[in-house]
Write a new protein. Structure first.
Length: 623
C-alpha cells in the first residue's frame, strides 16, 4: 500500500466505525478485562498504566473513552502519550490529531517511538507516523525515518520504503539517510524504483542509495543492477556517478561507459582525469579505444593512452612497449616502462627486472610494480636482489608489494626477512603484504611485529592473524582490542562473516564503553546476520544490560515466529526487568491464539507492569 493510499485509509478510518476492536471482544471478556484495567490503572507504575489504558482502548465504547480522558493531562510522559494512544484505539477522532501534535514536538522522538509508541498495532502505527512526518520538522522527520529503517514488514515498507520515492526532497533525503544506515538488501528494490523514476532528483538519490548498498558487507546484486540501469540516464551527472562506482567494483558495463565518455571528451583535462580514473581501478581498455590518446601530442595523455592499451595486453603490445623503453629519449622510455608495468605479461619480466636497477627512481618504481602484476615466480629472481638493496622508501614498498602478489613458497620467506625493518611504513607494507599473500605460515612470520611499538603495524598484524588463522587471531582479541585505532570497526566488518561475528560478540560482552558502543552500532547496521548473536546475548546474565536491551529490541522489531518461545522464556525467567517488559510487549504484537494461555498465566505475575501487559495481550489475542 502506497503512502497516498495509506493516508486515504486513515481519513476513512477517522470517519467510520469509532472503535478498533470493541465489536470483536465478547461481552464476558470485556467485563473480565475491565476488572484488570480498573486495578492496573491505579498502580504507581507508568508502564502498567500504559498497558491498562491501551487495554481500555481495545475494550472500546463511550465509557472507555471517558475513562481514558482522565489521564490525558498526566504528568508522566508515558502515561500521557498512552492516553492518546488508547483514545485513538477506542475510536476518538480527535485523539489522532492530538497524538500527532504530541509526537511532532517531542525533543526525544526516536526514544519515544522506540519505547512507547512501538507497541501500537503496525497498521495503526504506520498511519500515525505517516502523519507525524508530514507535520514534523526536519530533525524529527529523520528520527521517524531512522526508527522506520530498523523495523520490518509494514512499518518498513509503508514508511521508509514509500518515502524513498517521495517527491518532497527533504522527506526523501531523510529516508535515504536512514536506509543507508541500516543498508538492508530489501532497500535495493526501492533503489531500483528510484532509478526508474521520471524525476531527476529521485533518480540521483536512487543512485546514491544503490552505491551505499553495494558497499554493505556482502554487497548487493540488486543494487548493482540498479546502477547498471542508471548508466542510461539522460542526465550525464547521474549516469557518470553510477558508472564511476561500477568501475570501482570492476563492472565491465561501468568501464564501457567511462571509455565511451573518454572517446567523446574534447578537453585535455577531462581526458586526463578519465584516463587516470580508469587506470586507478585497473580497468582493461582495448588498443583501439586508447589509440587517440596514444597518438596525442600531449605527452601526459600519450603516456596514459599507452598504459590503458597495455593493461592486460598480449605479446604484440609488450613488444611495442619494449621498443619505446629502449629509446634514447627519456620521455619515451618512461612511457614504455609505464606501459610494460601494466601488461602483467610474462614476456616483459626480463625488461622489467633490468628496470628495477635503473638509476632513475621512477623507472625502478614502475619496474617493481610491473613485476608484481605478472604474478610469476621468475620475477622473484629480480625482486630478491632489490628487496634488500633498495634504499628509496617508495620503491622498496613497491618491491614488497610486488613480492606479495606472487604466490610462491619463496615469497613468504622474502617478506619474513623484512619484518625487522626499522622504517614503520616499510614494516606496515610487509604486514599488509603477508596478509595479501595469504599463505600458511603467514601469521608465524609476523611474530616479531605483533609486539611492535607502532600501533598501525600491530593492528594490521592482528587483522592478518584474524584473516589467515582465525583461531589464533581470535585468541589475541583481549590485547588487540584494548585500544584499537579510530574507525577500527570498518576493518572488522570486512572480515569473513564468521570471524566478524565472533569479534562483534566478544566486544558486545567484553569491550569497554567505547569499543562496545562501536560494536553495537555495527551490529545494528549489519542487521539480521547478527540475530543469532542477539539470541545468545539476551539470555547471558554476564552481558552488559545495554547490550542485552539492544539485542531484545532488535529481535522484537523483527518478531520472527521462531523467537516467540524465546520471548516467553524472557518474560518468565530474565533477571532484567526492562528485558522482561520488552518481551511481554512483543508477545502482545504476535497476538496469536496459542498465546492466550501464556497471557493468562502472566496475569498472576508479581510485576504490576507484566500483569497489566498480560491483560492487554489477552485483549489483543481475542481481537
Amino acid at each position: 500500500m502506497g503512502r497516498k493510499k495509506l493516508l486515504a485509509v486513515l481519513i476513512v478510518a477517522l470517519t467510520s466505525a469509532p472503535a478498533l476492536a470493541d465489536a470483536r471482544l465478547s461481552k464476558d471478556l470485556k467485563k473480565e478485562l475491565q476488572g484488570y484495567v480498573d486495578t492496573n490503572v491505579k498502580v504507581d507504575d507508568a508502564e502498567a498504566k500504559q498497558a491498562a489504558l491501551l487495554t481500555q482502548g481495545r475494550i472500546g465504547g463511550r465509557a472507555s473513552r471517558k475513562a481514558i480522558e482522565e489521564h490525558k493531562e498526566a504528568k508522566d510522559k508515558r502515561v500521557k502519550i498512552a492516553a492518546s494512544m488508547g483514545l485513538m484505539m477506542a475510536g476518538d477522532r480527535r485523539a489522532d490529531n492530538e497524538l500527532v501534535d504530541q509526537l511532532k514536538d517531542d525533543s526525544q522522538l526516536y526514544l519515544t517511538l522506540s519505547e512507547i509508541v512501538t507497541v501500537l498495532p503496525d497498521k495503526q502505527e504506520a498511519k500515525l507516523l505517516a502523519r507525524v512526518i508530514k507535520k514534523a520538522d526536519d530533525n524529527r522527520k529523520r528520527d521517524v525515518m531512522r526508527y522506520a529503517a530498523q523495523q520490518h514488514g509494514e512499518l518498513y515498507e509503508e514508511l521508509l520504503g514509500d518515502y524513498l520515492t517521495d517527491r518532497d526532497d527533504k522527506e526523501r533525503a531523510a529516508a535515504v539517510e536512514a536506509a543507508l544506515f541500516t543498508t538492508r538488501d530489501e532497500a535495493a528494490d526501492y533503489a531500483q524504483k528510484m532509478v526508474d523514476s521520471r524525476r531527476k532528483a529521485i533518480r540521483a538519490d536512487g543512485v546514491k542509495l544503490a552505491i551505499g548498498l553495494t558497499n554493505r558487507p556482502g554487497g548487493s546484486k540488486k543494487a548493482v543492477a540498479a546502477l547498471e540501469d542508471a548508466l542510461g540516464d539522460r542526465e550525464d551527472a547521474i549516469a557518470d556517478k553510477a558508472a564511476r562506482h561500477l568501475v570501482t567494483l570492476g563492472n565491465k558495463k561501468g568501464v564501457a561507459h567511462i571509455v565511451e565518455k573518454l572517446g567523446k571528451a574534447k578537453e585535455d583535462d577531462q581526458k586526463k582525469e578519465l584516463a587516470e580514473f580508469l587506470l586507478q581501478h585497473d580497468a582493461s581498455v582495448s588498443e583501439k579505444a586508447a589509440k587517440p590518446l596514444m597518438e596525442s601530442e600531449n605527452k601526459d595523455l600519450k603516456a596514459l593512452g599507452w598504459q590503458l592499451a597495455a593493461t592486460g595486453a598480449g605479446d604484440e603490445m609488450v613488444e611495442k612497449a619494449k621498443e619505446l623503453f629502449s629509446s634514447t629519449k627519456y620521455d619515451e622510455r618512461l612511457i614504455g616502462i609505464k606501459a610494460l608495468a601494466r601488461t602483467g605479461n610474462k614476456s616483459a619480466i626480463s625488461t622489467l627486472g633490468r628496470a628495477l636497477f635503473d638509476g632513475d627512481k621512477r623507472i625502478r618504481l614502475y619496474g617493481a610494480k610491473g613485476l608484481g602484476r605478472t604474478g610469476d615466480a621468475e620475477a622473484l629472481n629480480f625482486l630478491k636482489k632489490a628487496i634488500g638493496g633498495e634504499r628509496d622508501r617508495e620503491v622498496k614498498i613497491a618491491v614488497i608489494e610486488a613480492v606479495s602478489r606472487i604466490d610462491d613458497k619463496n615469497s613468504l620467506n622474502l617478506l619474513r626477512f623484512q619484518t625487522t625493518a626499522r622504517d614503520p611504513q616499510v614494516k606496515l607494507a610487509v604486514v599488509q603484504g603477508i596478509r595479501r599473500l595469504g599463505q600458511d605460515g603467514g601469521v608465524k612470520a609476523l611474530k616479531v611485529v605483533q609486539q611492535d611499538r607502532n600501533l598501525d603495524v600491530k593492528w594490521q598484524a592482528f587483522l592478518t592473524a584474524l584473516e589467515l588463522e582465525p583461531k589464533q587471531g581470535l585468541s589475541q582479541m583481549k590485547k588487540a582490542l584494548r585500544k584499537p585505532p579510530t574507525g577500527f570497526m570498518s576493518d572488522i566488518e570486512k572480515l569473513d562473516a564468521d570471524t566478524r561475528d565472533k569479534v562483534v560478540e566478544y566486544l558486545l560482552i567484553n569491550g569497554d564503553t567505547n569499543t562496545r558502543a562501536a560494536a553495537m552500532s555495527t551490529a545494528r547496521r549489519i542487521g539480521e546476520p547478527m540475530f543469532d548473536i542477539y539470541r545468545k546475548v539476551v539470555v547471558d546474565s554476564d552481558a552488559p544490560d545495554n547490550v542485552r536491551r539492544m539485542a531484545v529490541v532488535a529481535l522484537s522489531e523483527k518478531r520472527d515466529p521462531k523467537d516467540k518461545s524465546l520471548f516467553e522464556k524472557l518474560v518468565r525467567k530474565s533477571d532484567n526487568k526492562a528485558i522482561q517488559h520488552i518481551a511481554a510487549w512483543t508477545l502482545t504484537e504476535y497476538a496469536t491464539e496459542d498465546l492466550e494461555a501464556t497471557f493468562r498465566g502472566l496475569l498472576g505475575h508479581k510485576d504490576p507492569a507484566i500483569k497489566s501487559i498480560a491483560a492487554y495481550g489477552l485483549a489483543a489475542v481475542n481481537d
